[in-house]
Design a protein around this ligand. Structure first.
Ligand SMILES: NC(=O)c1ccc[n+]([C@@H]2O[C@H](COP(=O)([O-])OP(=O)(O)OC[C@H]3O[C@@H](n4cnc5c(N)ncnc54)[C@H](O)[C@@H]3O)[C@@H](O)[C@H]2O)c1
Length: 164
């Protein structure tokens, strides 16, 4: 896939580590990036850096080239809201990077807890949330394709009427 200025991405876990590095790399190609992460301070800092990178590509932009949205990826409402706000702002979604993740230091077989803050939480973040975000990303891509099909259909009807 060729990355072009004006394309857009959602990066979960974009506030630090791999997600942060990918967010900045996308911004260096002029992509609009929405960062979904529960780390507010670092997330907002990354959004500012993305805007700086993006300024080279987009002059007189009337919208922010990056948004940080505080979000727990295990919370379906948070995630849906993040995707909805991205679509409202940028109108489409080209890339979804699922980088929000945790590890747990507690060895699985030695875990005496119910796992709610250890292995269950890890599976919810590292696996279930990845599936949920991918599902929403595919829906967003579908609706963008439908919108562009509808737009070209409307354009062809207009042209057809003009030539009658
Ligand atoms: N760094 C590596 O070498 C490496 C190697 C293999 C796998 N991984 C895995 O890749 C993932 C990312 O690694 P990293 O090094 O960038 O980690 P990191 O800790 O630097 O970044 C993870 C980001 O995810 C965010 N996050 C965690 N839980 C979240 C949640 N519930 N909702 C929203 N955001 C949440 C954190 O706030 C953080 O900003 C992790 O799952 C890690 O285990 C990393």
């Amino acid at each position: 896939m060729e990355l072009k200025p004006g394309m857009s991405a959602i990066v979960t876990g974009g506030a630090s580590g791999i997600g942060r590095a990918i967010s900045l790399a996308l911004a260096q190609k002029g992509l609009f990036v929405t960062v979904l992460d529960f780390s507010e301070e670092r997330g907002m800092e990354v959004a500012v850096l993305i805007e700086k990178e993006n300024a080279r590509f987009h002059q007189d932009l009337r919208i922010p080239s990056s948004m940080f949205i505080k979000c727990d990826v295990t919370n379906a409402g948070d995630v849906a809201d993040g995707f909805e706000r991205h679509m409202k702002m940028y109108g489409s979604l080209d890339i979804c990077v699922n980088s929000a993740g945790i590890g747990t230091p507690v060895l699985f077989h030695r875990d005496k807890t119910d796992g709610r803050s250890t292995w269950r939480r890890t599976i919810d973040i590292d696996f279930v949330a990845v599936i949920e975000c991918t599902r929403l990303a595919l829906n967003a891509a579908d609706s963008a394709i439908l919108r562009s099909l509808l737009a070209s259909y409307q354009a062809s009807i207009t042209t057809h009427h003009r030539h009658r």
